[in-house]
Design a protein around this ligand. Structure first.
Ligand SMILES: Nc1ncnc2c1ncn2[C@@H]1O[C@H](COP(=O)(O)OP(=O)(O)O)[C@@H](O)[C@H]1O
Ligand SMILES: [Mg+2]
Length: 365
């Protein structure tokens, strides 16, 4: 799949404009602070994900403006579609071919984007919530209806948390929420385990190419509901919730559930979250993302759009060349930003487009 054209209105520092991207490789050059990341962020948002740089939609609005929008023409093997997003302070709306979609989650699956950015190191080194987001987001890429299970879980968890905060809360108040949570918890954990089995294999083969000297990479789920290689049954999960109830009622917060899972990353037999160096962390993240790209291609028969934001500032030459070789080995739309000009592998792409961003204005060169 590819995004052939982008229309920007009041988005961050970008000028209002229509930008032709074509169907192949795009290199976006420009000095720092001119809007390269803003441009790829706009494309990323059309995939229905939250921004990789902010959780707050109002940051996306050009300073002083009350509404901004992004439209993108997306082509897949099924045909073409114009996806749109409109942001106002406190509201986000999604459109397809000019018609408003019921919810933002209806965007999911129409445009899949995998982004590599300097912030990725936190996937290994940051908090468990970032790793859970990575898992859940890509599980939804592979299986869009799964987002409903995740949302049902989040809703039940929010209700349970509210009940726990009420004075005089007894187990009778918690029980219906625990029953609901136990069901979706089992599904979520089961999906995470299966997703990781496949991702671990695929990432491991990439990692062997990148950094064989770092030892074997292995990805597994750390969860209270996954023990001895087995996901607990719904009844066993509910039993655990019942056992945790006195403590949860004393603490007035939900301390057990899929919201506590983590992704364990082992490199050469040790915990990469604690011990991996920067260089090792980069190789792990690249291998995981390349693994996800292959999983999406195997499951959907279609390549996601790949964004590489400023990777040259992050990767040494050898690593960056190996990354490009892996990415250009299949016909994928690759959108790269940088200050130093396209790499050798990109220069030789016949369809390469070079854009320049200067103070938010994008021109083709
Ligand atoms: N909401 C906004 N409104 C106007 N300008 C913004 C907004 N958000 C960020 N910017 C500006 O965008 C520029 C950063 O653009 P960015 O895409 O990060 O640059 P780079 O080319 O280095 O990737 C900065 O000058 C920043 O001040
Ligand atoms: Mg940038």
């Amino acid at each position: 799949m590819f995004v052939s054209r982008l229309k920007i209105y009041n988005f961050r520092n970008l000028a209002d404009q229509s930008i032709e991207l074509g169907s192949g490789a795009v290199y976006i050059s420009g000095l720092n602070g001119n809007g390269k990341t803003n441009l790829v962020e706009a494309i990323y948002l059309l995939s229905g994900s939250r921004s990789f740089r902010t959780n707050s939609s109002s940051e996306l609005l050009k300073w002083g403006e009350k509404e901004c929008s992004i439209f993108g023409s997306v082509t897949t093997s099924l045909g073409s579609e114009e996806l749109g997003l409109i942001f106002t302070p406190g509201e986000r709306r999604a459109l397809s071919n000019g018609k408003e979609l019921d919810s933002m989650t209806d965007l999911i699956g129409r445009l899949r984007v995998i982004a590599f950015s300097p912030a990725d190191l936190s996937l290994v080194k940051g908090s468990p919530s970032g790793r859970r987001r990575f898992l859940d987001r890509h599980m939804v890429d592979l299986n869009p209806p799964f987002v409903k299970v995740l949302m049902a879980y989040q809703r039940a968890l929010a209700s349970k948390s509210a009940v726990l905060k009420q004075p005089g809360c007894t187990y009778a108040h918690l029980k219906p929420w625990n029953e609901l949570l136990a069901q979706s918890c089992g599904k979520i954990v089961d999906n995470r385990v299966k997703f990781l089995e496949s991702l671990s294999d695929k990432s491991q083969s990439f990692h062997k190419l990148y950094a064989p000297m770092d030892g074997d990479l292995s990805l597994t789920l750390e969860s209270d509901f996954y023990q001895d290689g087995r996901v607990l049954s719904d009844d066993e999960i509910l039993g655990k919730f019942e056992n945790a109830a006195p403590r949860e009622m004393a603490m007035k917060s939900a301390s057990l559930g899929a919201q506590r899972d983590d992704l364990q990353i082992t490199l050469g037999g040790v915990d990469a979250r604690a011990y991996a160096s920067q260089g090792q962390t980069r190789s792990v993240v690249l291998s995981m993302k390349l693994g996800v790209i292959e999983m999406i291609e195997a499951a959907t028969g279609e390549s996601p759009v790949v964004i590489l934001d400023d990777v040259d500032s992050e990767l040494d030459r050898a690593r960056s060349e190996r990354l490009f070789s892996a990415l250009v080995s299949k016909p994928r739309q690759i959108i790269v930003t940088g200050t130093e000009g396209p790499s050798q592998q990109l220069i030789h792409r016949p369809e390469l487009r070079i854009l320049n961003v200067s103070q938010g204005v994008v021109t083709a060169s």
